[in-house]
Structure formats: C-alpha cells, structure tokens
Write a protein that binds this ligand. Structure first.
Ligand SMILES: Cc1cc2nc3c(=O)[nH]c(=O)nc-3n(C[C@H](O)[C@H](O)[C@H](O)COP(=O)(O)O)c2cc1C
Length: 206
C-alpha cells in the first residue's frame, strides 16, 4: 500500500492526464497499487474478463513504441516525453466471456448469451472503463502521472507483438510514470476543459 492516502475529493479533482514523464522508475509498490485497483472494479455478472499486459522499463516499453510510433512519425510526435513513461499497461477485455457468462442459468432470461450484437450496452466496455478509471485514480493516489490513450489501428500489431490471444479486445493503454516538472503537457482535447456539474445535471427530468 502507498503509505500516504489523500482525500478522495482532492484525488478526483486533481486527476488529469499526463503526457510528459521523467525516466525515473516506478516503484513496485506503486505499480502494484495501480494494478490491484483495476481488479477491484465492478463487473457485470461478476464476469471478470479483464487482462492487463504490463511493460516495465525501457527495454519493454520501447517494443511498444517500435510498433505504434516508428520513425519518421516519432520525430514529429507532439508529446516526446510520453515515451519516457516507465510503465505501459495494455488493458484487454474478452467480449465472449460475457456472452458465456450470460448464457448461464441465472442470466439466461436476459437472452444475451447468443450473440454479441444483441447486447444493447456492451458491458465489457463499461466494466473496462470502470477498471481504467480505478487505475487512474490509484495512480493519482500514488503521485504518479498517467495517460490513457488509444491503440487505434495498431491494436492487431500490438496484440501479435505481445502474444495476446484471439478474442481479446483492447481498452487502450495506460502510461504510468513520474510527471516531468511543469504542466502535464495538455492536449488539444484537454484544453476543452471540464464542464461544471450544473452544465450537465438534469434533476427530475432532462
Ligand atoms: C477512452 C479514452 C481514450 C483516450 N485517448 C487518448 C489518446 O489517444 N491520446 C491522448 O492524448 N489522450 C487520450 N485520452 C485522454 C483525453 O484526451 C482526456 O481524458 C480528456 O482530454 C480530458 O482530460 P483529463 O483526463 O486530463 O481531465 C483518452 C481518454 C479516454 C477516456
């Protein structure tokens, strides 16, 4: 456990993506806190079909960047400090595990055991999002910087590179490390800011 525990309101308010890291190693205890947090997330039907591939240290993380950010793209990448992140966590979900779980007798009434296309809300993405958020909050608690980012068209090549079995889909990648001094290297998206609660809250009805 990370000895210092901070107020939850403060953690949630301070959590923000970091795209600029130092090359200082992430301690095993901080990494363990972040990874363990993912496993505590809720899961529909308690299906538990989340897997994490952890790349730690430059010799492992460089293999990721070699696949997803080869030259000449790398030299013009707007966030070069992202490549210093000492840990990359690749999150995966297995949609078919949900179909199998919801075919079990206690869930058969949902009729979701047949085909993924029948799912009005694909719960593997909901559960995956909850796990990712747990990791981001745990990273903030451990005073680490973190960025959740997409794998986009590199998903198949990364899965091949790191031996991910067929049928497992990526949620994205979480970079973890010690934030570089200064701002957290905001993106164009980040500059859009956050809405206030009043902007999006609909009491009684929309
Ligand atoms: C599903 C998801 C995918 C994201 N993908 C990227 C990405 O590919 N690259 C990136 O720089 N940020 C990515 N982000 C981070 C968002 O840009 C960021 O969360 C948003 O701008 C709000 O900023 P904040 O998280 O710092 O509050 C992603 C966030 C989410 C939730």
């Amino acid at each position: 456990m990370t000895p210092q525990r901070r107020d939850l309101r403060q953690l949630l308010a301070n959590r923000a993506m970091c795209r600029d890291f130092t090359d200082t190693a992430v301690s095993e205890s901080a990494l363990s806190d972040v990874l363990t947090a993912a496993m505590g997330a809720p899961a529909a039907g308690n299906t538990r079909a989340l897997d994490l591939v952890v790349l730690q240290g430059e010799s492992e993380t460089s293999q990721y960047w070699d696949v997803s950010l080869p030259e000449p793209k790398r030299s013009t990448f707007p966030w070069p400090g992202l490549l210093n992140a000492q840990v990359l966590v690749l999150g995966y979900v297995e949609p078919d595990a949900y179909r199998r779980r919801y075919a079990e007798s206690d869930k058969a009434h949902t009729r979701l055991g047949g085909d993924e296309a029948q799912w009005p809300v694909p719960y593997w993405w909901v559960d995956g999002g909850a796990a990712l958020m747990s990791m981001l909050v745990a990273a903030e608690n451990a005073e680490l910087g973190a960025l959740l980012f997409g794998q986009f068209e590199h998903e198949p090549a990364l899965a091949r590179r790191f031996g991910v079995p067929r049928g497992h889909r990526t949620l994205g990648t979480v970079a973890l490390g010690h934030p570089a001094p200064g701002d957290r290297s905001v993106s164009y998206s980040g500059e859009r800011g956050r809405p206030t609660l009043a902007d999006r809250l609909h009491r009684g009805r929309w």
